[in-house]
Design a protein around this ligand. Structure first.
Ligand SMILES: [Zn+2]
Length: 275
């Protein structure tokens, strides 16, 4: 069973797609491209979906909800897809045009809100710690928690699906974050360690400045089920497309482990899809 549908629309009216596939008992939610300049993670998750569609054995064991492009406006802007004469480009240039990397370094959504600081998990703390106090290319937590359509869509999806595990893909650092103030369940560490083994990424603690108001933080606080932020790749965002194969070689096995749990076994061979 495979179904694609529109969860809702972004601040600039782009559809946010979800693909639901599989019929298995284990319920899994994967998402990517919360941050515009980390669009490479959307491509990573699309590749995983290509594999999942071809594996009836996986589909029998798990039901997967995947949202590869949580922030389609920010991704379009950071990919350089918006014409410079478009109203959206002009508005965002007024917000972030002083950044020499504009528009390619843009992380926020179309309204200048950092979606991964927009969740009600010590959102007030994020406002205190982060410096911009208004629309910005990155790091503004927004006017209030869940102020943005994209963050609300993802919260609603998690509440509807109530997945057994959540993985959200970001770009930068080759690390896996799994904790939020003791809300992580005890079994989350073992699964995180298995994901670290399969990928070679480091299972570690979140840097203090970023340890609140994220989607995974809110998910852990709300559901107390395993949730992971995976920081794919290394370098300077936006990571170049030539890193895609290398990142997939490490992150696709990691996602496979998350799909089946820590006992999936290190012997299962992940083959890269020919796309
Ligand atoms: Zn990110």
């Amino acid at each position: 069973m495979m179904e694609q549908y529109v969860l809702g629309y972004s601040a600039w009216g782009r559809p946010v797609f979800c693909e639901q596939s599989g019929t298995g008992r284990r319920r899994v939610l994967f998402c990517a491209a919360f941050h515009g300049s980390e669009w490479i993670t959307g491509a990573v998750l699309q590749r995983f979906l290509t594999s999942f569609r071809r594996r009836p054995d996986w589909q029998a064991q798990a039901t997967l909800w995947a949202v590869p492009w949580v922030n389609p406006d920010g991704a379009a802007l950071a990919m350089g897809l918006l014409p410079t004469w478009s109203p959206q480009y002009i508005v965002s240039r007024a917000i972030g045009g002083s950044d020499p990397g504009f528009p390619f370094t843009w992380k926020a959504n179309g309204r200048g809100v950092d979606l991964n600081l927009n969740y009600p998990a010590d959102w007030e703390g994020a406002v205190r710690v982060k410096s911009p106090h208004g629309p910005a290319p990155m790091n503004w937590p927004g006017p209030f928690p869940l102020s943005e359509p994209e963050s609300r869509l993802m919260a609603e999806l998690a509440e509807r699906v109530r997945p057994d595990v959540l993985v959200t893909l970001h770009a930068q650092g080759e690390e896996i974050y799994w904790q939020y103030r003791g809300f992580e369940p005890p079994e989350a560490q073992a699964l995180g360690e298995a994901m670290a083994r399969r990928s070679g990424y480091l299972l570690t603690e979140v840097p203090p400045a970023s340890s609140r108001a994220g989607y995974k933080d809110w998910f852990l606080q709300s559901f107390r089920r395993p949730a992971y932020t995976v920081e794919c790749g290394l370098g300077v965002n936006p990571l170049p497309l030539c890193q895609l194969d290398g990142i997939c070689a490490r992150v696709l096995p990691l996602l496979e482990t998350a799909l089946f749990g820590e006992n999936a076994g290190d012997d299962c061979n992940f083959s890269l899809p020919m796309v």
